[in-house]
Design a protein around this ligand. Structure first.
Ligand SMILES: [Zn+2]
Ligand SMILES: [Zn+2]
Length: 107
């Protein structure tokens, strides 16, 4: 879980908008849902979460993205079955990494 200090930095970096760029969600190129600082974890309008780009990565600003609640839910869902469906959410660097790791081991 990301501490408040990193969450705040990421929140400022995001420009108070969802940073999701997943082309498989129905928000086009970038989500940009407006997020409200004191609604972290809130399940509704303005709600958001800090999501680790790489689950095994560092707890750092570089390894997190700010997602609105709806994207967060979608990303979680896809991550749980990412190995079964590597084509899904291919925009996400974390998935790219896990895919290339499995391919390298195969070679
Ligand atoms: Zn979003
Ligand atoms: Zn999204």
């Amino acid at each position: 879980m990301f501490p408040k200090s990193i969450a705040l930095e990421a929140y400022n970096r995001s420009g108070r908008r969802c940073e999701c760029k997943c082309s498989y969600h129905n928000h086009g190129q970038k989500c940009q849902n407006i997020l409200i600082w004191n609604r972290r974890g809130f399940n509704g309008s303005g709600g958001w979460e800090v999501h680790p780009i790489d689950n095994n990565g560092l707890v750092s600003l570089d390894n997190c993205e700010i997602l609105c609640k709806s994207c967060f839910r979608l990303v979680k869902k896809i991550k749980n079955k990412d190995l079964a469906n590597p084509g899904l959410c291919s925009m996400r660097p974390a998935l790219k990494n896990s895919i290339s790791t499995t391919t390298t081991t195969g070679l």
